[in-house]
Write a new protein. Structure first.
Length: 293
């Protein structure tokens, strides 16, 4: 806790019922990307991505924790106007490899992950690792906020520190939340996110590639709308990321610096919490269908 906020104060806890489900649509776009290599500095237009994630149905465990599946149902590239159609198709083919990637997680009533496991699709060596890391990092902070243990009031501030290890890369993350409003179990939060990483080297022997991360720094600010009865929350953030690394292959070693400004928004399309749904298709028949893109 950083500040407990003004009275009256209340405990914030997730109350997720059996059968709860959610489908969220997230868009990640890059407004500026600078790539510096031995060939010089280049300003590029990077594609954005829109992905739809299904969560649930939730199972309420005897411990009080909730366990549910998570699956990327659809991914597509958002390309700038004028991009060659073949390039757009290549981006979409790469993004499509993420479809069905997921697993399951178990969380307690503070939103802390107790157990998790990736599914077989996530272990496919052809999955675009960098894009998957971006998705996981964003969802870690925005879709399921870690709640404070103590009662809090308006303007309360707390932070959650996390050590992430995604495909071998170790990342430290600090999320700072400020409670700026609430009605019943719906909260409005400001969020500040900071990610850093120590120097580290990953070697892929079979591919003959070595990645040496020299530095990584990401910061973002925005807003989260959190429903304590739901599996997902809505959010909008803007941020900047800087990264320096070297890539060593049989052909030589290349030093790369990346500097990008990005925007991210995620919206919950619908949720089900009034009965046990066996599949995501069951949920769709009970609610408004997800828009087609």
């Amino acid at each position: 806790m950083l500040e407990y906020g003004t009275p009256p104060r209340r405990l914030l806890r997730y109350t997720i019922e059996d059968g709860s489900m959610a489908i969220s649509t997230t868009e990640i776009t890059t407004s500026l990307m600078t790539t510096t290599t031995s060939a010089g500095e280049e300003f590029t237009s990077s594609p954005g991505f829109r992905f739809i994630v299904s969560s649930g149905p939730a199972i309420k465990l005897p411990s009080g924790n909730a366990r549910f599946d998570i699956r990327i149902a659809k991914v597509e590239a958002i390309v700038p106007p004028g991009v060659d159609p073949e390039v757009e198709r290549d981006f979409n083919r790469s993004a499509a490899l993420l479809e069905d990637v997921g697993g399951w997680i178990e969380i307690d009533d503070l939103g802390i992950v107790q157990r998790s496991e990736l599914n077989q699709a996530a272990k496919n060596p052809n999955v675009p690792t960098r894009l998957l890391m971006t998705i996981v990092q964003a969802r870690t902070s925005l879709t399921r906020v870690i709640l404070p243990a103590d009662p809090v009031g308006l303007n309360a501030r707390w932070e959650a520190r996390k050590r992430l290890k995604i495909y071998g890369f170790e990342i430290q993350q600090v999320d700072r939340y400020t409670l700026i409003g609430y009605v019943d179990d719906k909260l409005k939060l400001n969020i500040e996110m900071v990610q850093t990483a120590p120097q580290q080297t990953l070697t892929f022997v079979e591919e003959g590639v070595e990645f040496a991360l020299k530095s990584l720094s990401t910061s973002a600010r925005g807003e989260v709308i959190l429903n304590l009865n739901a599996l997902e929350s809505s959010a909008r953030v803007e941020g900047r990321s800087e990264e320096a690394l070297t890539v060593k292959t049989g052909a030589g070693t290349e030093s790369i610096e990346l500097d990008s400004a990005f925007q991210l928004k995620t919206e919950v399309e619908y949720e089900v919490s009034t009965g046990k749904a066996e599949t995501i298709e069951d949920a769709a028949s009970m609610t408004t269908p997800v828009p087609k893109y």
